[in-house]
Design a protein around this ligand. Sequence first.
Ligand code: ATP
Ligand code: MG
Length: 258
Amino acid sequence: MHTGVNGEVLKIENLSFSYEKKDQVLKDINLTAYSGESIGVIGANGIGKTTLMKLLVGLNTDFEGVLEVAGHPMNQKNIAHIREHIGYVFQDSDSQLFLSTIEDDVAFGPRNYGLSEEEVEKRVEEALAKVHITELRHKQTYKLSGGEKKLASIATILSMKPDIIIMDEPSIALDPRNRRNLIGILNEIDSLKIITSHDLDFILDTCERCVLLDEGRIIADGRSEKILMDKELLEAHGLELPLSAGCRYKQNIDNVQG
Ligand SMILES: Nc1ncnc2c1ncn2[C@@H]1O[C@H](COP(=O)(O)OP(=O)(O)OP(=O)(O)O)[C@@H](O)[C@H]1O
Ligand SMILES: [Mg+2]
């Protein structure tokens, strides 16, 4: 994969964006990400997480500032090329799955890359097995449950083996076993991963780095263990400590008190 001159896979400088020329949803965002990093993007409802993810895949291009993916400036000319590097899991699975069966959706990416039918078949089998939905292979998409659709969406990007994985609320709708399995899958992949979630325990388990957004700006960018343990910081921006950090926080307080 190409990178920028300093080896960055993602370069965002002074990025601002508004829908329909109204109030800015994203204001002066600066973020550089390198190969192998895993970055959680957190923040309250409606704060701009999905908007930022959509900019990264070129679903909106009328932003201000610099946005470079895999060494290429994001613009109409480069979008198709940039997308070859990115696997994007939509927050809303119905936007993701557009073919009639799961098998077709999971095969779509590899087939588009021009891989042989033999390789496509291998990728499909592997991806379905990884998220434990092999038996749903021939099922019609519209008949799936919410969680099954999420797992199928995740399979559609696993089959692509992308350099950059962007997942918008991947753990939403997953039961504890499937959620735990997804954590294991993500931790085995060394692509650049950018994950938004309100499940802060999920972020803690999958992302070393975390970016907190509020009012369209980056409020904090640092180690997840630090940001996600900072009760005052999280509460000041509409969030709460993740459950596991809450337990550790209480233990610390108990120890201090005596
Ligand atoms: N297509 C659109 N046109 C106009 N406004 C939009 C559009 N999509 C999103 N918005 C607005 O932009 C803001 C940010 O939305 P976004 O979906 O990025 O939030 P989010 O942080 O992902 O929230 P959530 O946690 O609920 O998923 C919200 O105020 C939303 O109403
Ligand atoms: Mg969102």
